[in-house]
Design a binder for this molecule. Structure first.
Ligand code: FAD
Length: 383
């Protein structure tokens, strides 16, 4: 691995990082191939991760979490990439859904849901995207109509991470007029076990992230108690989503940096071993130059994103910076991984080589969490 000690790491985090790596090596890596074939990880893995204290690390202990901060989340994301374990949707569960409930939930909602997310008794998902709308979130068509003490939800979602395993789905709905835009968007929590009319569709066949259960979800007259409206006030959903974006985008960017580091390490190993024309691939100047560029890009990305981690910790990271981080880190990751793959020749195209999986996995980084084009729009608005 590229040796670099992030400014935000300390001794406690180093120890935590080591224990995360050991946990993955013991509980995930031996099953990784099977999970990739089966299209999802074993459900029990979530409970094991909960027992090991790896779920909801940023959630305070009074709600069952580990009482850590963003850096603990970052450590987990990095280890996933370094160990080529891309199938776990914990970034959504612990990095997005639990913080939403912590930030906006009523006291009753936090006590009801967070402890279960922290143990893995419940797996969480966030359902924004619909077949007809992704980037333009204000145009969601799922509705939650008030009927006495309940909301009645109708609609369809797609591309939802953790969709097959999820027990708690934060669902983006319109509580008012469908055409009403942002002011009518609300987040309603659907508990799958208590929601007749809620149905999971296909576990979608993707070009990468094969062990992640990315799914369609259907809601047909799903009745949920009004107490499940996140924060208890209608029309706050869009604001709630926007508030969390810098943090979410930085998590994706960190994954991109660690992904580049893993690709460079994997490729450096390979080109030292593989021979062509009587010498190691690394002995060709082209190989040296290409890998030197890749390493330089990974190091620059690391230094840049580490700075933003520190800014986030101080509460200073702006939405624009979140967009810059995601745009640049994810675009650079795709370029770096592509150059690395080239150095593997035909083996780089074979899924049994980790670089092939990294290549396929990296591609979505420019799409989910807001596409690169949407990041550019956000940045351009600040020019
Ligand atoms: C593996 C995976 C996991 C995902 N997980 C989740 C999840 O857990 N929850 C969830 O809700 N969603 C999830 N998504 C959905 C993801 O967030 C969306 O796919 C993404 O936001 C883009 O929306 P879209 O697919 O509808 O594309 P569209 O919005 O239709 O965009 C199509 C193209 O048009 C471009 N475009 C759109 N608007 C503009 C504009 N104004 N200017 C310039 N270009 C524009 C886009 O950049 C893109 O290139 C996931 C997607 C994938 C692939």
């Amino acid at each position: 691995m590229i040796s670099h000690k992030s400014a935000w790491m300390d001794e406690e985090l180093e120890i935590f990082s080591g224990s995360v790596a050991k946990f993955f090596e013991r509980e995930a890596i031996p099953h990784n191939e099977r999970w990739n074939r089966e299209g999802k990880i074993d459900r029990e893995f979530w409970n094991k991760a909960g027992d090991a204290g790896l779920l909801c690390v940023t959630i305070p202990a009074e709600y069952g979490g580990a009482g850590g901060d963003f850096r603990h989340e970052a450590v987990i994301v990095q280890q996933e990439q370094w160990l080529h374990f891309s199938g776990w949707g914990n970034g959504v569960h612990s990095g997005i859904c639990a913080p939403y409930i912590l930030a906006y939930g009523t006291e009753e909602q936090k006590k009801r849901w967070l402890p279960k997310l922290a143990t893995g008794e419940m797996v969480a998902a966030i359902a924004m995207t619909e077949p007809g709308t992704g980037s333009d979130l204000q145009s969601v068509r799922a509705t939650a109509r008030r009927d006495g003490d309940h909301y009645v939800i109708n609609g369809q979602k797609t591309f939802i991470t953790n969709g097959q395993h999820a027990d708690l789905i934060i669902t983006v709905c319109k509580t008012g007029d469908i055409g009403g835009g942002a002011k009518n968007v609300s987040l309603v929590v659907v508990e799958a076990a208590q929601a007749p009319g809620f149905r999971r569709g296909r576990n979608l066949d993707k070009i990468g992230l094969h062990a992640q259960d990315t799914s369609e979800l259907f809601y047909d007259d799903v009745r949920v108690p009004v107490e499940n409206l996140l924060g208890g006030e209608e029309g706050r959903g869009f604001y709630q989503l926007m508030q969390q974006l810098p943090r979410e985008r930085l998590i994706i960017a960190l994954g991109a940096v660690a992904g580049m580091e893993a690709a460079v390490a994997e490729t450096a190993r390979y080109v030292k071993e593989r021979k062509a024309f009587g010498k190691a691939l690394l002995d060709f100047q082209n190989t040296q130059f290409v890998l030197a560029d890749c390493k330089a890009e990974a190091v620059v990305a690391r230094s840049f994103i580490d700075d933003y981690v520190v800014r986030l910790m101080k509460g200073e990271l702006s939405p624009e910076e979140g967009a810059i981080a995601k745009l640049w880190a994810c675009e650079t990751q795709c370029k770096v991984v592509d150059k690395c793959l080239q150095l593997f020749g035909g083996y780089g195209y074979m899924m049994e080589y980790p670089i092939a999986r990294m290549y396929a996995d990296a591609r979505v980084q420019r799409i989910y969490g807001g596409t690169s084009e949407i990041m550019r729009l956000l940045i351009a608005r600040t020019l």
